[in-house]
Design a protein around this ligand. Sequence first.
Ligand code: GUN
Length: 286
Amino acid sequence: MIRLSGTEVAKHRQEALKARIESFAKKTGRKPGLAVVIVGEDPASQVYVRNKVKTTVALGMESFHFEVPASISQAELVRKVAELNRDPRVDGILVQLPLPKGMNAEEVVESISPNKDPDGLTSGNLGLLMAGRKRVAPCTPWGVMAILEHYKIDIAGKHAVVVGRSNFVGKPMAQLLLEANATVTVCHSKTRDLKSVTRQGDIVVVAAGQARFLGRDAFREGAVVVDVGMHRPSSGDFANKLCGDVRFEEMEGWAHAATPVPGGVGPMTIQMLMENTVRLAELSPS
Ligand code: GUN
């Protein structure tokens, strides 16, 4: 079985990205800039944000980091985003999700200019993706496409099954696979006899949000299995360990290829965030 290592793919793509960043800086006299806004003190979000800031700086980009208290009003947060929309040093604005309870995440995301949306989550960018004219695609499904490309997994004509239908992953994933000429089926929590559908997939992308949910009996022999799940269960065999939606150890000797957790899709999300930011910088007028 081929172990699809997102860690390796990200490392490989970093070199090309660094060269793009240098050439942008030479041409414009400034570095591509990513602004990250974190609201409140969720410890998991703080770890993610720290990693994003570190990677931004390591690649030679400008990092703008804003920590605002959970007590900020919705209107104030939207005003902060508007200020960053106007700042010519900022090419990408990321408001770390989830937001504290009571805030309207959709309104905050929509306040980001689609020209400065490296998450690709504004309706403007999701709309362009659906129309086949994408500016940037959401980082996680875009990272899955980069893994499949790196390992030369053929997509055209294949039956791709996506488990999950979120705006973050499932919906854009289905669209990207369709664009790559797969025949696409989307499953979700209301799908009847889920495993009978996933077993038909040549390529199965699992973003179900349930720890160690699917095993060998959910896939046909020789399938390519991509696991977007990321869990740290508080009890059971995997207590306090990172695991995905798929029982990875059951893929050995069965799947053609599969992504582990950790080290699979996770490291690609941050890489694609950086690539999207550089792309937005390259598209910006300044
Ligand atoms: N929270 C966890 N992952 C992400 C991400 O990729 N983008 C944003 N904005 N929030 C997140």
